[in-house]
Ligand binder design. Structure first.
Ligand code: IMP
Ligand code: MG
Length: 181
């Protein structure tokens, strides 16, 4: 079973649900009267995006972009490749970039810089997970669900080698799965 690859559960389904609800309430307050466009960075943020947008009680639009920074390993390559760009015109939009996890920050640093050149009214970042110990780019999330230690995690959208995204919780993978000690 999928669970057998997991060493421990870091954030449970119940904790995720409660956090997403409170983030949604905060964003609802902050974005009242604004032109909210939620941008999901595929594929990892897709589950967080789907839950978060339903916790926000405001009119909003959504769009998706897909970048690649990791390949199939567990360490950042530092190279950000745009695989799918946004379709929506960003002029006057209040962008909320929705990410699964902020690690080195290289990916989001690159994306926010690129998107801010397109006439946005504002750009903020909502990340479900934050690993501040590994930050190398100057980036702080505006909304953050959980600060986690420097461990490789999967589930609730996050993958290892494209798998484990469908686990309903955030878990730490057994090191033998990715060839660790
Ligand atoms: P950054 O550019 O180093 O911040 O990389 C961020 C991206 O790396 C995330 O959007 C994830 O796709 C991936 N990533 C970083 N840490 C993990 C992890 O622990 N599990 C799964 N993916 C991760
Ligand atoms: Mg990601």
């Amino acid at each position: 079973m999928l669970n057998d690859a997991i060493e421990k559960v870091l954030v449970s389904e119940e904790e995720l649900k409660a956090k997403v609800t409170s983030l949604g309430q905060q964003i609802t307050k902050d974005y009242a009267g604004k032109n909210l466009l939620m941008v999901s960075v595929l594929k990892g943020s897709v589950i967080f995006m789907a839950d978060l947008m339903r916790a926000i009680d405001l009119p909003c639009t959504i769009d998706f972009m897909c970048v690649s920074s990791y390949g199939s390993g567990t360490k950042s390559s530092g190279v950000v490749k745009i695989i799918k760009d946004l379709d929506i015109d960003l002029h006057g939009k209040d962008l909320l970039i929705v990410e699964d996890i902020l690690d080195s920050g290289k990916t989001l640093h690159y994306i926010t810089k690129m998107l801010s050149d397109r006439g946005t009214a504002s750009i903020r970042i909502a990340t479900l997970l934050d690993k501040p110990d590994r930050r190398t780019a100057p980036l702080t999330p505006d909304y953050s669900g959980f600060v986690i230690p420097d461990e490789f995690v999967v589930g609730y959208g996050l993958d290892y080698d494209e798998k484990y995204r469908n686990l309903p919780y955030i878990g730490v993978l057994k090191p033998e799965i990715y060839g660790g000690k």
